[in-house]
Ligand binder design. Sequence first.
Ligand SMILES: [Zn+2]
Length: 179
Amino acid sequence: MFNYCPICASKKISFKDGIVFNCPDCDFVYYHNIAAATGCLIIVPEAGRKESDKKTDRIVFLVRGKEPAIGKLDLPGGFVDIGEGVIEGLYRELQEELGWTPPETPSLFASFSNVYEYKGIKYNTCDMYFSVIAPSLKPDDLRIEEAEITGVRFLKPEEIDFSQLAFSSTVNAVKKYLT
Ligand SMILES: [Zn+2]
C-alpha cells in the first residue's frame, strides 16, 4: 500500500498479513486495524398486523448512489466514527441517511466480517447487524440523503433478489434474519 516509510522515507517498509506496517530503519509500526460498521434491518409489518411475521414483513433497503456497488441495494448503516459507541453510530447513520429515528433501540442479531474496498484500499470491517420493528413506516416518512442514496425499497422476502445486494455480509445478515 505504501512504497516508502511515512516517517523516514525508507523503501524497506513492509506490510505483514494485511495488518501491520513496519519500517526496520526507524522502527515505525502501524496497525491497520478493522473498522466497526453497522447495518440495520428496518422491519415493517404488513398494514393492520399487530405482530411481525417474517414471511410478510417488508425490509427497508437503500439504493446506493455511489461506489462501491453503486445502484445496488444496501441496508442503512455505516462506519462507526471515532468517539462513538456502536448504537450511537447507528442512530447517527439512520438520521443522516433516512432522516429517521427508530421507535425503539435496535437489537443486535448478527455480526460478520466484510471487506470494503474504496479507491484501491481494502478496509477490513466488523459489521454488526441490528433489527428494529417500525410499524406503519412508509417511504414518504423517510428523508433520504440524496448525495449517497438514490431511493428506498420496501421489499417482502420473496421480492429480494440477493444478487442485487451490495455486500456479501448484507446477504448473510438478511438470510440469517429470515431463517
Ligand atoms: Zn522509517
